[in-house]
Each structure stands twice: as C-alpha cells, then as structure tokens.
Design a binder for this molecule. Structure first.
Ligand SMILES: [Fe+2]
Ligand SMILES: [Fe+2]
Length: 163
C-alpha cells in the first residue's frame, strides 16, 4: 500500500527532526554554541523540503478530511516554527548566551515539538487518501528535496504565506 510507504518516509523524517530538536535543547543548555550552530543548520536543512511538500501537497489533500479550520491551524504551526527558527538562528550567531537567552531558546525549541507529533499523527489520515493522491504528495516531496531550499531560504523566497 502506497500509504504505508508514505508513512515510513514520513515517520523517518519526523524522527530526524525530533532528534535534532532534542539535541538542540541539550546544546543550548550546555551553551555549546558550535553544536547549536550545527543543529540549527541541520534543523533548517531537514525542515525546508519537509514543510514545503506538506504545505504544497499534503495539507491541501487533507482539507477534504479535516475541513479548512484544522488545516489552517497546521499552517499556523509552520508560521510559528519559522519565526522560532529565525530567532534561534539569531541566538546561534552570538558569541555567548546569557541565562535568559538559554531559557528563551529552550522554550522556543519546545514550542515546536508538539507540531512534530501532531504532524506525525496525520499519517493515519493519509491512509484514507487514494493512491493517486499519495503519489502526488510523494512527487512534490521529490521535487522539494531536489530544490533543496532550507527552511529560511524557502520561507523568504518561494513561500507565499506572510508570517
Ligand atoms: Fe511534518
Ligand atoms: Fe508540518
């Protein structure tokens, strides 16, 4: 079943994002700025194509199941995650972090975590889509990976939605 294939890919991507975010919390807490920078970049690299195919293909396909309102909430989660990613990139660029900046960063990363698990849950609804719909989502995923824009590059150029 194509939906199973999708679910496997989708879960792997969320795992990678989850582990990167959890590592980022630790790196901020340990004030390990070189690791913070590495993981902030890794987060942007992983989430760029992922958010892109979700917004361009997956989320629109799920409107027929959830209705507009919940899907709008998912786009809103992405808006907030992008704003947080920008704040984190700024903090990562500093020479040192003050106590309150570490707390702010940890709060910021944690604010994104619920979307990772909420988004993972969508796989159960993807099972209700036709193979043609799932294939279309996988095709857009391929194209997003090929384009290879990281989260901030995509958000600042291709993404039409205002933050
Ligand atoms: Fe996701
Ligand atoms: Fe998402």
């Amino acid at each position: 079943m194509l939906a199973d294939q999708f679910a496997e890919i989708f879960r792997d991507e969320h795992r990678q994002v989850r582990d990167t975010l959890l590592g980022l919390i630790r790196a901020f807490q340990e004030r390990d700025l070189s690791r913070v920078r590495l993981l902030v970049n890794q987060t942007a690299t992983l989430t760029g194509p992922h958010f892109r195919y979700e917004e361009e293909a997956l989320y629109p396909s799920l409107v027929e199941i959830f209705g507009e309102e919940y899907i709008e909430q998912l786009y809103g989660d992405h808006d907030r995650a992008i704003r947080t990613a920008k704040q984190l990139a700024q903090l990562a660029g500093q020479d040192a972090l003050a106590e309150d900046e570490v707390s702010e960063a940890v709060r910021g990363v944690r604010s994104v975590l619920p979307h990772v698990s909420d988004c993972q849950g969508l796989a159960i609804m993807v099972e209700c889509l036709s193979d043609a719909q799932v294939q279309a989502i996988l095709d857009v995923r391929e194209r997003s990976l090929e384009a290879g824009l990281n989260l901030l590059e995509w958000a600042d150029t291709v993404r039409a939605r205002a933050l």
